[in-house]
Design a protein around this ligand. Structure first.
Ligand code: FRU
Length: 493
Protein backbone atom coordinates (compact mmCIF):
# COMPACT_ATOMS: atom_id res chain seq x y z
CA UNK A 1 0.00 0.00 0.00
CA UNK A 2 1.37 3.36 -1.00
CA UNK A 3 0.17 5.12 2.10
CA UNK A 4 2.83 3.25 4.01
CA UNK A 5 5.55 4.43 1.61
CA UNK A 6 8.51 5.80 3.47
CA UNK A 7 8.11 9.28 1.97
CA UNK A 8 4.51 9.56 3.05
CA UNK A 9 5.32 8.06 6.46
CA UNK A 10 8.06 10.64 6.85
CA UNK A 11 5.69 13.50 5.99
CA UNK A 12 3.03 12.19 8.37
CA UNK A 13 5.55 11.74 11.14
CA UNK A 14 6.91 15.23 10.56
CA UNK A 15 3.36 16.58 10.83
CA UNK A 16 2.82 14.70 14.08
CA UNK A 17 6.05 15.91 15.60
CA UNK A 18 5.95 19.56 14.51
CA UNK A 19 2.45 20.70 13.63
CA UNK A 20 1.05 20.27 17.12
CA UNK A 21 3.38 23.03 18.29
CA UNK A 22 1.55 25.54 16.11
CA UNK A 23 -1.10 27.18 18.26
CA UNK A 24 -4.46 28.41 16.98
CA UNK A 25 -3.39 31.96 17.83
CA UNK A 26 -0.67 31.60 15.18
CA UNK A 27 -3.31 30.95 12.52
CA UNK A 28 -6.14 32.99 11.03
CA UNK A 29 -9.53 32.48 12.66
CA UNK A 30 -11.37 30.85 9.76
CA UNK A 31 -9.05 30.75 6.74
CA UNK A 32 -7.38 27.42 6.11
CA UNK A 33 -3.59 27.35 6.37
CA UNK A 34 -1.32 24.32 5.82
CA UNK A 35 -0.89 21.96 8.70
CA UNK A 36 2.78 22.97 8.55
CA UNK A 37 5.15 24.26 5.88
CA UNK A 38 4.01 25.45 2.45
CA UNK A 39 0.59 25.48 0.76
CA UNK A 40 -0.47 26.42 -2.75
CA UNK A 41 -3.42 25.44 -4.99
CA UNK A 42 -6.76 24.10 -3.82
CA UNK A 43 -6.87 20.39 -4.73
CA UNK A 44 -9.51 17.67 -4.53
CA UNK A 45 -12.23 19.93 -3.09
CA UNK A 46 -15.25 17.64 -2.66
CA UNK A 47 -18.06 16.57 -0.38
CA UNK A 48 -17.52 12.99 0.76
CA UNK A 49 -19.35 10.96 3.40
CA UNK A 50 -20.90 13.95 5.14
CA UNK A 51 -17.88 16.25 5.15
CA UNK A 52 -16.06 18.66 2.89
CA UNK A 53 -12.58 17.46 2.00
CA UNK A 54 -10.01 19.96 0.87
CA UNK A 55 -6.57 18.90 -0.27
CA UNK A 56 -3.81 21.31 -1.17
CA UNK A 57 -0.42 21.51 -2.81
CA UNK A 58 1.90 20.97 0.09
CA UNK A 59 5.55 20.90 1.10
CA UNK A 60 5.55 20.10 4.81
CA UNK A 61 9.25 20.64 5.53
CA UNK A 62 9.68 24.33 4.73
CA UNK A 63 7.70 27.49 4.08
CA UNK A 64 8.74 27.50 0.43
CA UNK A 65 7.60 25.45 -2.58
CA UNK A 66 9.34 22.05 -2.68
CA UNK A 67 8.67 18.50 -3.92
CA UNK A 68 4.89 18.51 -3.99
CA UNK A 69 2.80 16.43 -1.61
CA UNK A 70 -0.94 16.72 -1.01
CA UNK A 71 -2.01 18.11 2.36
CA UNK A 72 -5.51 17.32 3.59
CA UNK A 73 -8.16 18.92 5.79
CA UNK A 74 -11.85 18.19 6.41
CA UNK A 75 -14.71 20.33 7.63
CA UNK A 76 -18.43 20.15 8.12
CA UNK A 77 -19.01 23.92 7.87
CA UNK A 78 -16.22 25.08 5.52
CA UNK A 79 -14.82 27.32 8.27
CA UNK A 80 -13.56 25.00 11.00
CA UNK A 81 -11.05 22.58 9.51
CA UNK A 82 -9.53 19.47 10.99
CA UNK A 83 -6.19 18.38 9.63
CA UNK A 84 -5.92 14.88 8.22
CA UNK A 85 -2.53 13.29 7.59
CA UNK A 86 -0.79 14.15 4.31
CA UNK A 87 -2.56 12.25 1.53
CA UNK A 88 0.06 11.90 -1.19
CA UNK A 89 3.85 12.04 -1.38
CA UNK A 90 5.99 11.90 -4.56
CA UNK A 91 6.94 8.27 -4.03
CA UNK A 92 6.32 6.35 -7.28
CA UNK A 93 8.05 6.40 -10.69
CA UNK A 94 5.02 8.19 -12.20
CA UNK A 95 5.16 11.09 -9.72
CA UNK A 96 8.70 11.04 -8.36
CA UNK A 97 9.20 14.76 -9.11
CA UNK A 98 5.92 15.86 -7.59
CA UNK A 99 2.23 15.21 -7.00
CA UNK A 100 0.87 18.35 -8.65
CA UNK A 101 -2.67 19.70 -8.57
CA UNK A 102 -5.79 17.65 -9.22
CA UNK A 103 -9.30 16.83 -8.16
CA UNK A 104 -11.34 14.28 -6.22
CA UNK A 105 -14.74 12.68 -6.59
CA UNK A 106 -16.62 10.00 -4.63
CA UNK A 107 -16.95 6.64 -6.39
CA UNK A 108 -20.15 4.56 -6.51
CA UNK A 109 -18.55 1.91 -4.26
CA UNK A 110 -18.01 4.49 -1.51
CA UNK A 111 -14.33 5.11 -2.10
CA UNK A 112 -12.78 8.45 -2.96
CA UNK A 113 -10.99 8.87 -6.29
CA UNK A 114 -8.09 11.31 -6.51
CA UNK A 115 -6.82 12.32 -9.94
CA UNK A 116 -3.62 14.38 -9.88
CA UNK A 117 -0.66 15.31 -12.02
CA UNK A 118 2.35 13.07 -11.63
CA UNK A 119 5.60 14.77 -12.58
CA UNK A 120 8.47 12.53 -13.68
CA UNK A 121 11.85 12.98 -15.38
CA UNK A 122 11.93 12.90 -19.18
CA UNK A 123 14.13 9.96 -20.24
CA UNK A 124 14.98 12.01 -23.35
CA UNK A 125 16.52 14.65 -21.09
CA UNK A 126 13.91 17.37 -21.70
CA UNK A 127 11.91 19.18 -19.04
CA UNK A 128 9.92 16.94 -16.69
CA UNK A 129 6.95 15.06 -18.13
CA UNK A 130 3.49 15.66 -16.69
CA UNK A 131 0.64 13.13 -16.85
CA UNK A 132 -2.45 12.33 -14.83
CA UNK A 133 -2.37 9.70 -12.09
CA UNK A 134 -5.02 8.10 -9.89
CA UNK A 135 -5.12 7.18 -6.21
CA UNK A 136 -8.14 5.56 -4.58
CA UNK A 137 -8.91 5.39 -0.90
CA UNK A 138 -11.18 5.70 2.09
CA UNK A 139 -10.90 9.46 2.58
CA UNK A 140 -7.72 9.23 4.66
CA UNK A 141 -5.38 6.68 3.04
CA UNK A 142 -5.05 6.42 -0.71
CA UNK A 143 -3.54 3.75 -2.89
CA UNK A 144 -1.87 4.85 -6.08
CA UNK A 145 -2.85 2.74 -9.06
CA UNK A 146 -0.23 0.51 -10.61
CA UNK A 147 -1.27 1.67 -14.10
CA UNK A 148 -0.22 5.29 -13.41
CA UNK A 149 -0.13 7.56 -15.24
CA UNK A 150 -3.64 6.77 -16.45
CA UNK A 151 -3.91 9.82 -18.73
CA UNK A 152 -0.54 10.04 -20.40
CA UNK A 153 0.54 12.45 -23.12
CA UNK A 154 -0.16 9.71 -25.68
CA UNK A 155 -3.85 10.61 -25.31
CA UNK A 156 -3.24 14.26 -26.20
CA UNK A 157 -4.22 15.57 -29.62
CA UNK A 158 -1.35 16.45 -31.95
CA UNK A 159 0.81 19.38 -30.94
CA UNK A 160 -0.10 19.46 -27.24
CA UNK A 161 2.77 19.48 -24.77
CA UNK A 162 3.68 16.49 -22.61
CA UNK A 163 5.69 18.88 -20.40
CA UNK A 164 2.78 21.20 -19.69
CA UNK A 165 -0.12 18.84 -19.16
CA UNK A 166 -1.64 19.12 -15.72
CA UNK A 167 -4.23 19.94 -13.08
CA UNK A 168 -7.04 17.42 -13.74
CA UNK A 169 -10.40 18.32 -12.18
CA UNK A 170 -12.62 15.26 -12.01
CA UNK A 171 -16.36 14.72 -11.50
CA UNK A 172 -18.99 12.07 -12.08
CA UNK A 173 -22.06 12.64 -14.21
CA UNK A 174 -24.46 10.40 -16.13
CA UNK A 175 -22.57 7.28 -15.13
CA UNK A 176 -19.23 8.51 -16.46
CA UNK A 177 -16.17 10.12 -14.95
CA UNK A 178 -15.18 13.38 -16.60
CA UNK A 179 -11.88 15.14 -16.25
CA UNK A 180 -10.78 18.54 -17.50
CA UNK A 181 -7.03 19.18 -17.64
CA UNK A 182 -4.88 21.84 -19.25
CA UNK A 183 -2.09 21.69 -21.79
CA UNK A 184 -0.13 24.03 -24.02
CA UNK A 185 0.01 24.11 -27.82
CA UNK A 186 2.25 26.25 -30.04
CA UNK A 187 -0.71 27.98 -31.74
CA UNK A 188 -3.71 27.35 -29.49
CA UNK A 189 -1.62 28.02 -26.38
CA UNK A 190 -3.40 27.32 -23.06
CA UNK A 191 -6.26 24.88 -23.62
CA UNK A 192 -8.75 22.98 -21.49
CA UNK A 193 -9.10 19.35 -22.57
CA UNK A 194 -11.89 17.00 -21.62
CA UNK A 195 -11.35 13.28 -20.96
CA UNK A 196 -13.89 10.58 -20.06
CA UNK A 197 -13.77 7.23 -18.32
CA UNK A 198 -16.16 4.52 -17.23
CA UNK A 199 -14.15 3.36 -14.23
CA UNK A 200 -11.79 6.23 -13.38
CA UNK A 201 -8.81 4.16 -14.50
CA UNK A 202 -9.18 3.87 -18.27
CA UNK A 203 -9.53 7.23 -19.96
CA UNK A 204 -10.22 8.57 -23.43
CA UNK A 205 -9.65 11.99 -24.89
CA UNK A 206 -12.98 13.64 -25.63
CA UNK A 207 -12.54 17.23 -26.85
CA UNK A 208 -10.76 20.56 -26.51
CA UNK A 209 -13.29 22.61 -24.57
CA UNK A 210 -11.63 25.99 -25.06
CA UNK A 211 -8.28 27.51 -25.96
CA UNK A 212 -6.57 30.86 -25.55
CA UNK A 213 -5.55 31.06 -29.22
CA UNK A 214 -3.08 33.63 -28.04
CA UNK A 215 -5.89 35.97 -26.91
CA UNK A 216 -6.36 34.83 -23.32
CA UNK A 217 -2.85 34.26 -22.05
CA UNK A 218 -0.22 31.60 -22.58
CA UNK A 219 -0.34 28.30 -20.69
CA UNK A 220 -3.44 27.87 -18.54
CA UNK A 221 -3.50 26.25 -15.09
CA UNK A 222 -6.06 24.71 -12.74
CA UNK A 223 -9.26 24.29 -14.81
CA UNK A 224 -12.74 23.67 -13.47
CA UNK A 225 -15.89 23.09 -15.54
CA UNK A 226 -19.44 23.11 -14.21
CA UNK A 227 -23.03 24.06 -14.95
CA UNK A 228 -24.52 26.85 -12.86
CA UNK A 229 -27.88 28.61 -13.20
CA UNK A 230 -28.38 27.52 -16.87
CA UNK A 231 -24.87 28.64 -17.76
CA UNK A 232 -21.76 26.56 -18.32
CA UNK A 233 -18.65 27.89 -16.63
CA UNK A 234 -15.02 27.13 -17.36
CA UNK A 235 -12.62 28.49 -14.77
CA UNK A 236 -8.89 28.60 -15.54
CA UNK A 237 -5.86 30.46 -14.27
CA UNK A 238 -4.05 31.78 -17.38
CA UNK A 239 -0.38 32.74 -17.24
CA UNK A 240 1.32 35.49 -19.27
CA UNK A 241 -1.89 37.35 -19.92
CA UNK A 242 -1.91 40.75 -21.60
CA UNK A 243 -4.09 43.44 -20.09
CA UNK A 244 -7.16 44.15 -22.23
CA UNK A 245 -8.44 47.59 -23.19
CA UNK A 246 -11.47 47.34 -20.88
CA UNK A 247 -9.21 46.76 -17.87
CA UNK A 248 -10.75 43.40 -17.00
CA UNK A 249 -7.48 41.44 -17.05
CA UNK A 250 -4.09 42.41 -15.68
CA UNK A 251 -0.66 41.54 -17.05
CA UNK A 252 0.71 38.17 -15.99
CA UNK A 253 -1.18 35.55 -14.01
CA UNK A 254 -4.97 35.93 -13.82
CA UNK A 255 -7.89 33.81 -12.81
CA UNK A 256 -10.63 33.79 -15.42
CA UNK A 257 -14.15 32.45 -15.87
CA UNK A 258 -15.52 31.77 -19.35
CA UNK A 259 -19.32 31.70 -19.33
CA UNK A 260 -21.21 30.04 -22.13
CA UNK A 261 -23.26 27.08 -23.33
CA UNK A 262 -22.38 23.43 -23.40
CA UNK A 263 -23.81 20.82 -25.71
CA UNK A 264 -22.87 17.50 -24.06
CA UNK A 265 -24.00 15.39 -27.05
CA UNK A 266 -21.55 17.18 -29.31
CA UNK A 267 -19.13 17.82 -26.41
CA UNK A 268 -19.00 21.45 -27.55
CA UNK A 269 -18.49 24.37 -25.21
CA UNK A 270 -19.28 27.80 -26.66
CA UNK A 271 -17.91 30.58 -24.46
CA UNK A 272 -19.84 33.84 -24.63
CA UNK A 273 -18.15 36.02 -22.02
CA UNK A 274 -14.82 36.17 -20.20
CA UNK A 275 -14.34 37.78 -16.81
CA UNK A 276 -11.63 38.04 -14.23
CA UNK A 277 -12.58 36.21 -11.05
CA UNK A 278 -10.95 38.51 -8.52
CA UNK A 279 -9.51 42.00 -8.90
CA UNK A 280 -7.32 41.92 -5.79
CA UNK A 281 -3.61 41.29 -5.36
CA UNK A 282 -3.63 37.70 -4.09
CA UNK A 283 -5.91 35.10 -5.64
CA UNK A 284 -4.99 32.10 -7.82
CA UNK A 285 -5.84 28.51 -8.70
CA UNK A 286 -9.41 28.19 -7.35
CA UNK A 287 -11.46 25.03 -7.36
CA UNK A 288 -15.16 24.44 -6.79
CA UNK A 289 -17.37 21.70 -5.45
CA UNK A 290 -21.07 21.05 -5.28
CA UNK A 291 -22.50 21.15 -1.75
CA UNK A 292 -25.20 18.60 -0.86
CA UNK A 293 -27.80 21.41 -0.97
CA UNK A 294 -26.87 22.28 -4.55
CA UNK A 295 -24.66 25.28 -3.87
CA UNK A 296 -21.55 25.64 -6.03
CA UNK A 297 -18.74 26.65 -3.68
CA UNK A 298 -15.34 28.03 -4.65
CA UNK A 299 -12.13 28.20 -2.64
CA UNK A 300 -8.94 29.74 -3.97
CA UNK A 301 -5.33 30.07 -2.94
CA UNK A 302 -5.07 33.51 -1.29
CA UNK A 303 -1.55 34.20 -2.53
CA UNK A 304 0.34 35.36 -5.59
CA UNK A 305 3.17 33.55 -7.37
CA UNK A 306 4.58 36.92 -8.42
CA UNK A 307 5.19 38.19 -4.91
CA UNK A 308 5.11 35.24 -2.51
CA UNK A 309 8.89 34.77 -2.52
CA UNK A 310 9.37 38.17 -0.94
CA UNK A 311 6.51 37.79 1.54
CA UNK A 312 7.65 37.54 5.18
CA UNK A 313 7.78 34.10 6.81
CA UNK A 314 6.56 35.21 10.22
CA UNK A 315 4.28 32.22 10.89
CA UNK A 316 5.42 28.58 11.03
CA UNK A 317 3.36 27.96 7.88
CA UNK A 318 3.01 29.76 4.57
CA UNK A 319 0.02 30.11 2.25
CA UNK A 320 -3.69 30.15 2.95
CA UNK A 321 -7.02 29.64 1.24
CA UNK A 322 -9.73 32.24 0.66
CA UNK A 323 -13.00 32.26 2.46
CA UNK A 324 -15.31 29.72 0.73
CA UNK A 325 -17.59 31.53 -1.68
CA UNK A 326 -20.97 30.60 -3.04
CA UNK A 327 -21.28 31.19 -6.78
CA UNK A 328 -24.21 32.32 -8.87
CA UNK A 329 -24.71 33.65 -12.38
CA UNK A 330 -26.51 36.97 -12.62
CA UNK A 331 -26.65 39.42 -15.52
CA UNK A 332 -24.27 37.21 -17.47
CA UNK A 333 -21.59 37.38 -14.79
CA UNK A 334 -20.30 35.03 -12.15
CA UNK A 335 -21.03 36.43 -8.68
CA UNK A 336 -19.22 35.32 -5.52
CA UNK A 337 -20.45 35.78 -1.99
CA UNK A 338 -19.19 34.42 1.32
CA UNK A 339 -20.89 31.15 2.24
CA UNK A 340 -23.78 31.71 4.63
CA UNK A 341 -21.99 29.50 7.21
CA UNK A 342 -19.96 32.61 8.03
CA UNK A 343 -22.99 34.07 9.78
CA UNK A 344 -22.57 31.49 12.54
CA UNK A 345 -19.34 33.33 13.46
CA UNK A 346 -21.11 36.66 13.92
CA UNK A 347 -20.78 37.86 17.50
CA UNK A 348 -21.54 41.49 18.29
CA UNK A 349 -23.41 43.53 15.73
CA UNK A 350 -23.08 47.30 15.48
CA UNK A 351 -25.43 49.31 13.23
CA UNK A 352 -25.14 52.87 12.01
CA UNK A 353 -28.00 53.29 9.58
CA UNK A 354 -28.31 56.63 7.84
CA UNK A 355 -24.89 57.81 9.03
CA UNK A 356 -23.61 61.02 7.49
CA UNK A 357 -19.98 60.77 6.39
CA UNK A 358 -18.52 64.30 6.12
CA UNK A 359 -15.54 65.77 4.26
CA UNK A 360 -13.21 65.16 7.17
CA UNK A 361 -12.24 61.78 8.61
CA UNK A 362 -14.60 60.35 11.22
CA UNK A 363 -14.86 57.19 13.28
CA UNK A 364 -18.17 55.51 14.03
CA UNK A 365 -18.80 54.20 17.49
CA UNK A 366 -17.59 50.61 17.97
CA UNK A 367 -16.66 50.22 14.31
CA UNK A 368 -13.17 48.79 14.55
CA UNK A 369 -11.44 45.43 14.56
CA UNK A 370 -9.46 42.95 12.52
CA UNK A 371 -11.80 39.95 12.61
CA UNK A 372 -14.92 41.53 11.23
CA UNK A 373 -17.64 41.32 8.62
CA UNK A 374 -18.26 44.96 7.67
CA UNK A 375 -21.12 46.02 5.39
CA UNK A 376 -21.11 49.57 4.03
CA UNK A 377 -23.86 50.84 1.73
CA UNK A 378 -22.96 54.09 -0.03
CA UNK A 379 -26.28 55.84 -0.69
CA UNK A 380 -24.96 57.71 -3.69
CA UNK A 381 -28.27 58.69 -5.27
CA UNK A 382 -29.20 60.48 -2.04
CA UNK A 383 -25.75 62.12 -1.87
CA UNK A 384 -25.35 63.84 -5.27
CA UNK A 385 -22.52 66.07 -4.01
CA UNK A 386 -20.35 63.12 -3.03
CA UNK A 387 -17.38 62.83 -5.39
CA UNK A 388 -15.15 60.49 -3.42
CA UNK A 389 -15.53 58.10 -0.49
CA UNK A 390 -12.59 56.83 1.55
CA UNK A 391 -12.62 53.93 4.00
CA UNK A 392 -9.46 53.26 5.96
CA UNK A 393 -9.01 50.11 8.01
CA UNK A 394 -6.29 48.14 9.81
CA UNK A 395 -5.25 51.56 10.97
CA UNK A 396 -3.13 53.05 13.75
CA UNK A 397 -0.69 55.98 13.90
CA UNK A 398 1.65 54.16 11.52
CA UNK A 399 -0.40 51.99 9.20
CA UNK A 400 -3.58 51.94 7.16
CA UNK A 401 -5.12 50.29 4.12
CA UNK A 402 -7.48 52.34 2.03
CA UNK A 403 -10.51 51.71 -0.15
CA UNK A 404 -11.49 54.69 -2.31
CA UNK A 405 -14.57 55.07 -4.50
CA UNK A 406 -14.46 57.84 -7.11
CA UNK A 407 -18.01 58.58 -8.15
CA UNK A 408 -17.35 60.31 -11.48
CA UNK A 409 -15.04 57.53 -12.68
CA UNK A 410 -17.12 54.79 -11.03
CA UNK A 411 -13.82 53.39 -9.90
CA UNK A 412 -13.04 51.52 -6.72
CA UNK A 413 -9.41 51.48 -5.61
CA UNK A 414 -7.73 49.30 -3.01
CA UNK A 415 -4.37 50.50 -1.71
CA UNK A 416 -2.22 48.78 0.91
CA UNK A 417 0.95 50.81 0.26
CA UNK A 418 0.88 51.95 3.88
CA UNK A 419 -0.09 48.60 5.39
CA UNK A 420 3.44 47.59 6.36
CA UNK A 421 3.67 45.16 3.46
CA UNK A 422 7.13 45.05 1.92
CA UNK A 423 6.70 42.30 -0.62
CA UNK A 424 7.69 42.93 -4.25
CA UNK A 425 5.08 43.91 -6.74
CA UNK A 426 2.04 46.16 -6.77
CA UNK A 427 0.25 47.19 -3.59
CA UNK A 428 -2.78 48.72 -5.23
CA UNK A 429 -5.49 47.57 -7.58
CA UNK A 430 -8.72 49.00 -8.95
CA UNK A 431 -11.95 47.98 -10.60
CA UNK A 432 -14.77 49.80 -12.38
CA UNK A 433 -18.10 49.38 -10.58
CA UNK A 434 -21.45 51.15 -11.01
CA UNK A 435 -23.92 51.81 -8.25
CA UNK A 436 -27.05 49.64 -8.41
CA UNK A 437 -30.41 51.20 -7.56
CA UNK A 438 -28.55 54.33 -6.49
CA UNK A 439 -26.22 52.57 -4.06
CA UNK A 440 -22.87 50.84 -3.99
CA UNK A 441 -22.47 48.08 -1.45
CA UNK A 442 -19.17 46.97 0.02
CA UNK A 443 -18.72 43.93 2.24
CA UNK A 444 -15.25 43.73 3.73
CA UNK A 445 -14.21 40.60 5.60
CA UNK A 446 -11.07 40.77 7.68
CA UNK A 447 -9.43 37.76 9.29
CA UNK A 448 -6.51 39.64 10.90
CA UNK A 449 -4.13 39.65 7.95
CA UNK A 450 -6.42 39.07 5.01
CA UNK A 451 -9.00 41.37 3.46
CA UNK A 452 -11.69 40.11 1.09
CA UNK A 453 -13.96 42.69 -0.45
CA UNK A 454 -17.31 41.78 -2.04
CA UNK A 455 -18.72 44.61 -4.14
CA UNK A 456 -22.36 45.00 -5.19
CA UNK A 457 -23.46 41.73 -3.58
CA UNK A 458 -20.67 39.70 -5.14
CA UNK A 459 -20.54 41.23 -8.63
CA UNK A 460 -16.80 41.85 -8.17
CA UNK A 461 -14.36 40.76 -5.50
CA UNK A 462 -10.91 41.88 -4.38
CA UNK A 463 -8.73 39.68 -2.17
CA UNK A 464 -5.54 40.92 -0.56
CA UNK A 465 -3.20 40.13 2.30
CA UNK A 466 -2.08 42.63 4.92
CA UNK A 467 1.13 42.53 6.92
CA UNK A 468 -0.19 45.06 9.39
CA UNK A 469 0.24 44.34 13.13
CA UNK A 470 -3.01 43.01 14.58
CA UNK A 471 -3.22 45.92 17.03
CA UNK A 472 -3.90 48.32 14.13
CA UNK A 473 -7.66 47.93 14.15
CA UNK A 474 -8.93 51.45 13.56
CA UNK A 475 -11.50 52.22 10.89
CA UNK A 476 -12.26 55.71 9.59
CA UNK A 477 -14.55 57.13 6.94
CA UNK A 478 -14.63 60.35 4.95
CA UNK A 479 -16.47 61.55 1.84
CA UNK A 480 -15.77 64.59 -0.28
CA UNK A 481 -19.07 66.40 -0.64
CA UNK A 482 -20.65 64.32 2.13
CA UNK A 483 -22.33 60.92 1.90
CA UNK A 484 -25.27 59.12 3.47
CA UNK A 485 -24.27 55.59 4.33
CA UNK A 486 -25.43 52.52 6.22
CA UNK A 487 -22.71 50.78 8.18
CA UNK A 488 -23.24 47.41 9.84
CA UNK A 489 -20.44 45.44 11.42
CA UNK A 490 -20.36 41.97 12.92
CA UNK A 491 -17.35 40.93 14.91
CA UNK A 492 -16.29 37.39 14.06
CA UNK A 493 -15.31 34.82 16.62
C1 FRU B 1 -0.57 26.45 -10.16
C2 FRU B 1 0.43 25.32 -10.32
C3 FRU B 1 -0.21 24.14 -10.99
C4 FRU B 1 0.64 22.99 -10.55
C5 FRU B 1 0.97 23.39 -9.13
C6 FRU B 1 2.32 22.94 -8.67
O1 FRU B 1 -0.39 27.26 -9.08
O2 FRU B 1 1.56 25.79 -11.04
O3 FRU B 1 -0.33 24.28 -12.40
O4 FRU B 1 -0.04 21.79 -10.61
O5 FRU B 1 0.90 24.80 -9.08
O6 FRU B 1 2.47 23.15 -7.30
Amino acid sequence: MNHTSSLLQKARQYEQEHAAQITTSQRPLFHLTPQIGWMNDTNGFCYYKGQYHLFYQYYPYDRVWGPMHWGHAVSSDLLHWQYFPAALAPDTPADQNGCFSGGATPMPDGQLLLVYTGVRPDPAGGPDLQAQCVAIGNGMDFEKQSGNPVIDAGLLPKGYSAHDFRDPKVWQENGLYHCVAVSDHPQNRGSALLFESEDGLHWQFCTVLAASNGQLGGMWECPDFFALDDTQVLVVSPMEMQPDAAGEFKAGKNTMALLGCYDPAAARFTPQAAQRLDHGLEFYAPQTTLAPDGRRILISWLESWESCDSAPRTAPWFGRMTLPRQLKVQNGRLYQNPVQELEALWQNTVCHTGAFIPNSKITLQDIRGRCIDLHVTLRLAESPACSCFVLRFAQNEQYFTQITYRAAQQRLEFDRSHSGCRRNGPHDCAVTVCPEDGALTLRLILDTDSAELFINHGQRTMSCLLDTPAQAEGITFCAEGGLWADVVMHTLG
